[in-house]
Write a protein that binds this ligand. Structure first.
Ligand code: FMN
Ligand code: FE2
Ligand code: FE2
Length: 394
């Protein structure tokens, strides 16, 4: 049976979803994903931490056929990719108690129709003894739902983090291991952070601070491999969450007849010669995860869009609303674009990013095909961006 031992008492269960290519009907998964569940066997009691996505519940239930007794099912997060097989697991173990935060209990009851009588509520700092192993619960709301918690296995200095520090990365390895795989997993974790965790930088800062008080030998998330060298992911998160923005600009753009594209190409060249790293994304062919990842560090966002039906091109509007939802640390924004008779894109795009505290730099708008003076205006915009970013000493 596919039971993989992490330590003498901790077993990695769950499923690797090698071929899944879309998550939440939204997020591309270029490298698949996994739904990890962990079995912790103490001298007296056994706990299962998280379950799996319902599409792979059979895998978990088959694994559990060799596990005679489960006393606790710890539901760290109520989202279905981890709680979706919970009811089936409870049916298998009628005596098992569900352990969740107060909010988690309510959500499991509401979302999955779980019987409330089967849930034991735990609050921050509560402990459950499994005999010679102890679980301590750390309430970490908003990573990325309001009910989320982590579980610290005291005797083994292992912290189970569910989505936090996770990566959509399918591998047959239990842990990240040596450097042959590490850069790819860190990159997958950055993509995951950008898509799922970045909107919650404020609570994340608090949770990271709290975690620094714990001695951590390994981090076991519920997507992707275990971080057996925790500093790898903790240092990366510290930088993504709290580090200063980089001297880089993200330029998502779309162009129907090539005019906006010509502006963007010139902007890319003009920023490059001024030492600003650029990340242009043609939105018609862009993997939105790549765009989200570039937003993690960028100091500036420039959206390229023609005017369509009085507003922005829908692809550009989508990029703006994505940036608004993901709350990156960018400080400056602008718009470049072409129009036929009356430019409406800039106003629409700026209005689509109300959550970002951005200084808006003068847009560059051209009627039809750009002229020499329009390219001069692009050079001015590039100079302004480079100058502002240099002033930040990035
Ligand atoms: C479907 C469609 C709707 C448009 N709506 C507007 C509009 O509301 N206002 C405007 O000034 N131009 C409008 N235009 C004209 C474009 O903005 C113009 O052709 C522009 O130069 C295209 O830039 P591009 O080469 O980057 O695609 C529209 C064009 C299309 C194809
Ligand atoms: Fe989640
Ligand atoms: Fe998840």
């Amino acid at each position: 049976m596919d039971l993989r031992s992490m330590t003498e008492r901790v077993t990695l269960l769950g499923a690797v979803d090698w071929h899944r290519r879309l998550f939440d009907s939204l997020i591309p998964l270029p490298e698949g994903t996994s739904y990890n569940a962990y079995l912790v066997r103490g001298s007296e009691k056994t706990a299962l931490l998280d379950t799996v996505d319902p599409v792979m519940s059979d895998v978990l239930l088959t694994q559990l056929s060799s596990v005679p007794r489960v006393d606790y099912v710890v539901a760290q997060h109520a989202e279905q990719d981890h709680s979706g097989a919970l009811l089936q697991v409870l049916e298998r173990y009628p005596q098992a108690r569900v352990v969740a935060t107060p909010k988690g209990k309510g959500m499991l009851v509401d979302l999955l129709h779980l019987d409330a009588d089967r849930v034991d509520v735990v609050v921050d700092g509560d402990r459950i003894s499994l005999g010679d192993r102890t679980l301590e619960f750390i309430y970490t709301p908003w990573v990325h739902w309001p009910e989320t918690m982590l579980t610290y296995l005291v005797e083994e200095k292992t912290v189970f983090t569910c989505d936090l520090f996770g990566s959509h990365y399918a591998t047959s390895d239990i842990a990240v291991g040596d450097n042959t795989q590490a850069p790819a997993v860190v990159r997958a974790a950055k993509r995951y952070y950008a898509e799922i965790m970045m909107p919650f930088r404020k609570p994340l800062t608090r949770h990271m601070e709290r975690l620094s008080a714990y001695e951590i030998a390994r981090i076991a998330p519920s997507h992707g491999p275990v971080w057996d060298r925790p500093a790898l992911i903790l240092d990366a998160y510290a930088e993504w969450v709290s580090g200063p923005p980089h001297n880089s600009a993200v330029i998502p753009f779309v162009s129907m007849h090539g005019s906006t594209r010509a502006l963007v190409e010139r902007l890319v060249a003009d920023l490059t010669t001024r030492g600003v790293r650029v990340h242009p994304f043609d939105l018609t062919v862009t993997d939105l995860g790549d765009l989200a990842m570039a937003l993690v560090d960028a100091a500036t966002v420039v959206i390229g869009s023609p005017t369509v039906l009085g507003g922005a091109h829908p692809q550009a509007a989508y990029a703006a609303s994505l940036a608004n939802a993901l709350r990156p640390k960018a400080l400056y924004a602008s718009v470049v674009g072409s129009y036929g008779w009356a430019a409406g894109a800039p106003k629409a795009l700026v209005a689509a990013m109300p959550a970002l505290r951005l200084e808006i730099l003068d847009p560059v708008l051209v009627q039809g095909k750009p002229r020499a003076a329009d390219f001069d205006a692009i050079a001015v915009l590039a100079e302004t961006i480079a100058h502002k970013q240099q002033a930040l000493e990035l």
